[in-house]
Design a protein around this ligand. Structure first.
Ligand code: FAD
Ligand code: UDP
Length: 371
């Protein structure tokens, strides 16, 4: 193949770049080391005929119209609004924390104004660094220590195997607190799941006469034989540089899927278990996909240290190493023959929409330079 762009990885970062580059007239070769496309967004029908998310629950949500419009070229949507309950003090209560959560936990009736006063009071009676220097400070500064201990402290320990004071305050930005009764997990304008699944959507993104895809192919094994005009790398950042600045740590998950012979298992898609059991949450896929069946499949998530690289671990040490690797990225991208995009390649806690937006930005910039 002559004059082609190589894409390493067929997740959302790789598929978005592949499509944009193919549509601008270049030939594109996508290599994927797994035996399937779609990366961590991969979904499939299990042996019981239920559509499940193989790498854990994925709900699409974005404020970015251009991302939504782009993906809508390849799928229609099941306009699902994500709702989560948290099992705390023997009750299933709405999460993120809103007016109903506080009423149920403390057995009090509150107006919207009362909630703001209540939280102000909780915060006033709590100690934390201001401005927040870690995850614990960031949460306590929003809701106070009592609610932090009930909803965040133990979940975070389980999820990251770290004390929350070792983790970045950035993580706390993912979870809002609401004085009203809004029980949705996300408040983004566009929310949903691809009607026929993420894999089908990504299959369509890659379905273009200029794109060839090879699965079961590890980039590092074929790298010496290929001479692309440019490589979009979406694999692990430290792997690319032979770990010269040391290992970047990931947190993984053991996902335990169980099918039950009943229509539904729990009232909503996701129930979080901050303080009880070894799992962090249970997901029931039918609630989010809208699939009808007499059976239902749920997934228990057990955080573990090693395995598939699911989560970047935002400690000071990892972030320092990341900064060193990102300097290498800057140098190498200068030559115009490489782009590093995505959750693994940038070692960043991106959501799917952010990965697509990042692919737009970096790929289009490269195309502008090339013309
Ligand atoms: P990936 O999807 O990981 O794709 C990278 C691809 O590169 C993989 O297929 C990998 O096999 C391949 N690759 C790596 N190295 C090589 C190599 N050497 N050679 C060839 N191929 C290689 N986001 C949301 O917006 N909403 C959610 O609800 C949500 N839930 C999540 C739940 C979990 C449990 C996890 C782990 C993530 C979740 N995310 C969610 C985040 C979402 O999965 C990511 O933002 C997105 O899938 C990242 O896409 P990516 O292309 O950067 O990486
Ligand atoms: N979190 C928590 N309690 C919860 C939910 C989340 O303490 O009930 C914290 C935890 O540290 C988690 C982070 O908030 O890792 C981000 O949560 P999110 O639901 O965004 O995690 P993801 O869906 O990425 O696994």
């Amino acid at each position: 193949m002559k004059d082609f762009v190589l894409i390493v990885g067929s997740g959302l970062a790789g598929a978005t770049s592949a499509r944009i580059i193919a549509e601008s007239g270049f030939r594109v070769f996508v290599v994927e080391k797994l035996n399937h496309i779609a990366g961590h967004a991969y979904d499939e029908f299990n042996e019981d005929g239920i559509l499940v998310h193989t790498y854990g629950p994925h709900i699409f949500h974005t404020k970015d119209k251009s991302v939504f419009d782009f993906l809508s070229r390849f799928t229609s949507w099941n306009y699902y609004q994500h709702r989560v309950l948290s099992y705390v003090d023997g009750m299933y209560v709405p999460f993120p924390i809103n007016r109903d959560t506080i009423s149920q936990i403390f057995g009090i009736k509150l107006s919207i104004e009362d909630v703001d006063n209540f939280l102000d009071n909780e915060v006033k009676n709590s100690k934390f660094a201001n401005p927040p220097i870690n995850f614990e400070d960031a949460v306590v500064s929003q809701i106070g220590r009592r609610l932090y201990e009930k909803f965040f402290m133990n979940y975070t320990r389980k999820q990251w195997n770290r004390v929350p004071s070792e983790l970045s305050p950035e993580i706390a930005k993912r979870i809002p607190t609401r004085s009203n009764r809004d029980g949705r997990y996300f408040s983004d304008t566009y929310q949903g799941l691809p009607l026929h699944g993420y894999t089908k959507m990504i299959e369509k993104m890659l379905d273009h006469p200029n794109i060839s895809v090879l699965t079961n192919c590890d980039y590092f094994e074929i790298k010496p034989e290929l001479k692309p005009i440019m490589t979009v790398y979406t694999g692990k950042l430290d792997d690319f540089f032979g770990k010269i600045h040391g290992d970047l740590e990931y947190r993984s998950l053991k996902l335990d899927f169980k099918t039950y012979r009943q229509e539904y298992y729990q009232p909503v898609s996701v129930v979080n278990y901050p303080n009880d059991y070894d799992w962090t949450r249970i997901t029931e896929f039918k609630h989010m996909t809208g699939q009808k069946s007499d059976l239902t499949t749920v997934c228990y998530e057990y955080p573990i240290d090693s395995g598939e690289p699911y989560y970047v671990v935002m400690t000071e040490e990892n972030m320092k190493k990341r900064a060193l690797y990102m300097k290498e990225v800057e140098k190498i991208e200068e030559y115009g023959e490489h782009l590093f995009i995505g959750r693994l390649a940038e070692y960043k806690y991106y959501n799917m929409d952010e990965v697509v937006a990042r692919s737009f930005q970096k790929t289009e910039e490269w195309l502008r330079r090339k013309k």
